[in-house]
Design a protein around this ligand. Structure first.
Ligand code: NI
Length: 167
């Protein structure tokens, strides 16, 4: 397995709309494994392929306490969304910043797993929020799109400065 580089806001590549995965090949399974390793290493609870500059509809997550229950969702589709919840969200592509965002509290998602089998998942609370956050990435959307323009510009400026200092 390999650690992948995570793109950081405001990298324009994060705005790419990902294409559906047409077939779950060995390449896709390896990508999923590498993304799980990259997510645990970061550490984070979710990672979308868009964040590692692969623009295909695949995401991984693990909201378990022991970090022993990775989930792989390929071509995820939300078929039911109910209730509302506001949580403080962060993102591996926007390190160090957390802002409140409203999401559906309960969702039902259809997706394909790492073995190419379709499945349906009922998710609530943190897992539901995480899936919606990662699915946004596949559409080129980031959690900072839900906050005020002023706050987003401030985060953008601070991150650009950090990225410059690192380079
Ligand atoms: Ni994110």
């Amino acid at each position: 397995m390999a650690l992948l580089e995570i793109l950081e806001f405001p990298d324009p590549r994060l705005r790419t709309v990902a294409k559906p995965v047409t077939e779950v090949t060995g390449r896709i399974a390896r990508l999923a494994d590498d993304m799980v390793e990259t997510m645990y290493n970061a550490p984070g609870i979710g990672l979308a392929a868009s964040q590692v500059n692969v623009h295909e509809r695949l995401l991984v997550l693990d909201v378990s306490d022991n970090k022993d229950s990775p989930l792989v969702l390929i071509n995820p589709e939300i078929v039911v969304a109910e209730d509302e919840i506001e949580t403080s969200e962060g993102c591996l592509s926007i390190p160090g910043f957390y802002e409140p965002v409203f999401r559906a509290r309960k969702i039902t998602v259809n997706a394909v797993d790492r073995e190419g089998e379709t499945f349906t998942l009922d998710a609530e609370d943190l897992l539901a929020v995480c899936i919606q956050h990662e699915m946004d990435h596949l559409d080129g959307k980031l959690f900072v799109d839900y906050i005020s323009n002023t706050k987003r510009q401030l985060i953008r400026k601070k991150l650009l400065k950090q990225q410059k200092q690192r380079a």
